[in-house]
Write a protein that binds this ligand. Structure first.
Ligand code: KG4
Ligand code: ZN
Length: 355
């Protein structure tokens, strides 16, 4: 089966073609094309995503990317499109385009939750030079699985008892962790998008004996699996206000340490309670090297025998290949949408009905 993926939930326009086989038990994916048009340059002067500008860019980019798939363009069996969560004007662009293609090429459409796409992203590999045999032994998730989803809009712990059976067992009560990275980056005067820039600055090494800056680890000792990052961001604001000469690299490092400490601690608690066989870490913040290192180290020291998956480089940020991969499972279950009734769902949550 070849799935055409469409992603327009935020500021990246994505179109992808993914070949899938193996069924629900042993799914295998070959990414034939994964095209992403980034809008970083357009939103950078505003310091964040401007929804109407993003919508206009999606409208412009979608047909261009689609042409980039090459000929014959109709070589796909189903269309998988993100319907939420995200910015509704942007989501509508993807949905309208999916509806147009469905009519033009007489193909069914599957409505995908963006976060489900991030979960599926860990199953993808770059197609460059991939041999048929590698394709056959691609990565497999064992259930129950636990997913730590960390992006610009979400911070969630999701228990996946079986394929497509999602239950949110913890989430942020205020800012998402990626949002906190972006806001703190702004406070530190770093350019947009802030998360990766802050992570770079946090690589700074303190001098031996220098005074240690300490920020709070919000909710690290709470018994539940929820998060809160807005107080941590405010703590950075106060540290700068009280002492404008504070070393910004030291602040960046301590902010990253604090955020990662909370993420790791809650993930370990969830793993100890629910005893998953696989841990999936996905969403934009999964690119954070400190998070990757600390999670891997802590799993080892706690002797938790968990297979851990992070997405490969090209599939961490928003992309349409992950939407196509998630679409495969729904296609197998014949979970097709009534094309004309597709609707953008800005606040769609995992496990909720999509159409
Ligand atoms: O999943 P994603 O690409 O888009 C959303 O669905 O939100 O995530 C984007 C988020 C942004 O907040 C960005 O700053 C953050 O991921 N991010 C990072 C890193 N790379 C991207 N945060 C921390 N460290 C990074 N290396
Ligand atoms: Zn995302």
């Amino acid at each position: 089966m070849v799935i055409l993926g469409i992603e327009t939930s935020c500021d990246e326009t994505g179109i992808a073609l993914v070949e899938a086989s193996g069924g629900l038990k042993n799914p295998r994916f070959r990414v034939l094309k994964n095209l992403v048009a980034s809008q970083i340059k357009i939103h950078a002067p505003f310091g964040g995503v401007v929804p109407n500008l993003a919508k206009r860019e999606h409208e412009k980019n979608l047909p261009i990317l689609f042409m980039g798939l090459g000929n014959p363009v109709s070589k796909f069996d189903v269309i998988a499109v993100t319907v939420g969560p995200g910015l509704e004007p942007c989501l509508w662009e993807g949905i309208n385009f999916a509806q147009f293609l469905a009519k033009e090429h007489k193909k069914p459409v599957i409505a995908i939750n963006h976060m489900e796409g991030h979960i599926a992203s860990v199953l993808l590999s770059q197609n460059r030079g991939i041999s048929k045999s590698e394709f056959l032994i691609s990565k497999q998730i064992e259930f129950p699985a636990l997913a730590l989803l960390v992006s610009g809009g979400h911070t969630e712990l999701v228990l996946i008892k079986n394929r497509l059976d999602y239950k949110i067992i913890g989430e942020t009560l205020d800012d998402a962790v990626g949002e906190a990275f972006d806001k703190v980056a702004r406070l530190l005067g770093l350019p947009y998008p802030g998360g990766p820039e802050l992570a770079k600055l946090a690589g700074w090494k303190p001098e031996v004996g220098s005074r240690k800056l300490v920020l709070p680890r919000p909710m690290i000792n709470s018994k539940d699996l929820n998060f809160s990052f807005s107080g941590l961001k405010t703590a950075v604001l106060y540290a700068l206000r009280d002492n404008p000469k504070t070393n910004k690299a030291a602040l960046a490092k301590e902010f990253q340490n604090a955020a990662v400490d909370v993420l790791v601690s809650k993930t370990m608690r969830a793993a100890e309670i629910h005893k998953p066989k696989t841990l999936i870490v996905a969403g934009g913040v999964a690119a954070n090297k400190h998070l990757q290192k600390e999670l891997t180290k802590t799993l080892k020291t706690r002797r938790l025998p968990l297979k851990t998956f992070f997405p490969e480089k090209g599939f961490i940020g928003d992309n349409a290949a992950m939407i196509a991969a998630a679409g495969y499972f729904h296609a197998l279950k014949k979970d097709f949408a009534v094309t004309a009734k597709l609707k953008a769902r800005g606040r769609l949550s995992l496990g909720a009905k999509k159409s």
